[in-house]
Design a protein around this ligand. Structure first.
Ligand code: GLA
Length: 390
């Protein structure tokens, strides 16, 4: 949406005529190219920021009130709270994300001298696994940082965003989403070693190909999902392995070491979960190498293997995602396809030959509706920058 429309809406909602004291911010969503459920296992991830995301128009107030309005949830009206009471409240609904962010910024010693009023508009399908919540967290972080010139380091904002998810909202998610949203770079994937916090931007040379985002339109509530359960299963598997081998995380193992020690895990389900974490991590390293060598076909094969492992070993795909991905695999011009994000619904991605994108969308779309009974949505992804003032 044009920013002018957002500004008009801001002035309508919060009143006033002066446009000069309004500031405009944007935080993207993300897709993960490969490296799924590896971040909290001390492995590599390979996400990128997309050009869909969350806009925020903001103005500083004279008092200490924080007032938020979202065009995506107009029926909730203006949600209002005070800088001196930043506790989680269920009735504050979506505004708990910005609230949590402001709380942790203050707890880190950066005091906000005044309140703000903010109009939010997101063009990310929400609950689709494209990190609409990390986008909102990072949007709030950079907004407050810029408005009050707090000079918080970007990586610290990334960590605070993750803390909001873990401690304020109660989802035990890893660092990938906030990192991708906060640190994204146009036309690049970010290869991030979640153990050591070392990252590298790898240009995506996709000449002749497009990344297609395929939304199952099956809502996925991370907090309700089996996300936390998977995380504890991995922790349990790690503890068994640690009885026989000195490692700090599953990401410390290569395939051979895992095969040699998996007998230490006495439970078949836990073996499968750990196998996914170990092999997916190795696939991510290989996929980054393939991209560096401009070997898109190898990259696509690794994407496919990633989906199979998430389907069979990690069991986080489900009928909707499998239907989309399996339909994508059958199409002429598909280099690779896999689910992206946490799973359990949400989105998948495919790399498709540019001139075959239209038939791809219509054929996959048709197969999906026939099997599932409602439509999937398709978007051509553009890889953009991380959160910033615009
Ligand atoms: C969600 C979490 C991330 C990551 C992915 C799975 O997006 O927020 O931290 O664990 O799932 O790769």
């Amino acid at each position: 949406m044009e920013t002018k429309k957002l500004i008009d809406k801001f002035l309508e909602v919060f009143h006033g005529e002066d446009r000069r004291n309004l500031r405009i911010f944007f935080a993207p969503g993300r897709i993960n190219l490969i490296g799924e459920h590896t971040d909290y296992n001390g492995g590599f991830v390979f996400p990128c920021a997309i050009t869909y995301g969350t806009y925020g128009i903001a103005r500083i107030r004279e008092d200490r009130l924080l007032r938020f309005f979202s065009m995506n949830f107009e029926e909730k009206g203006i949600i209002e709270f005070h800088l001196d009471d930043l506790n989680y409240k269920a009735e504050h609904y979506w505004a708990n994300y910005p609230k949590g962010m402001i709380r942790y910024i203050q707890e880190s010693g950066f005091r906000l001298p005044h309140g703000i009023e903010v109009l939010i508009y997101g063009d990310l399908p929400n609950g689709a696994g494209l990190s609409s919540s990390a986008s909102l967290e990072m949007l709030t972080g950079i907004m407050v940082n810029e408005l009050f010139a707090l000079q918080i380091e970007r990586l610290d904002l990334v960590k605070m965003g993750n803390r909001v998810e873990n401690q304020f909202i109660g989802v035990n998610s890893g660092i990938m989403d906030q990192f991708a949203v906060g640190m994204g770079k146009k036309n690049c994937g970010i290869l991030l070693d979640c153990n050591r916090w070392i990252y590298e931007y790898i240009p995506l040379n996709l000449t002749g190909y497009k990344i297609i985002i395929m939304n199952t339109n099956k809502r996925r509530e991370l907090a309700d999902s089996k996300y936390n359960e998977r995380r504890s299963e991995c922790e349990a598997a790690l503890q068994y392995l640690q009885q026989g081998i000195e490692i700090h995380s599953l990401g410390d193992l290569n395939e051979e070491a895992f095969e040699a020690h998996k007998h230490l895990i006495p439970d078949d389900v836990l073996v499968k979960r750990a196998r996914h974490a170990v092999y997916e991590n190795r696939r991510t390293i290989k996929a980054a190498a393939a991209l560096r060598n401009d070997d898109l076909h190898e990259f696509g094969k690794l994407m496919n293997a990633s989906h199979i492992s998430l389907r069979d070993d990690y069991e986080v795909t489900g009928f909707e995602l499998d239907t989309l991905v399996e339909a994508a695999w059958k199409q002429e011009g598909t280099i690779g396809a896999r689910m992206t994000g946490a799973g359990f619904g949400g989105c998948a991605i495919a790399i498709v030959k540019e001139e075959l994108v239209d038939p791809f969308i219509s054929k996959v779309g048709k197969e999906y509706v026939e099997k599932i009974g409602y439509e999937a949505d398709f978007y051509v992804a553009s890889i953009g920058d991380g959160a910033k003032e615009i």
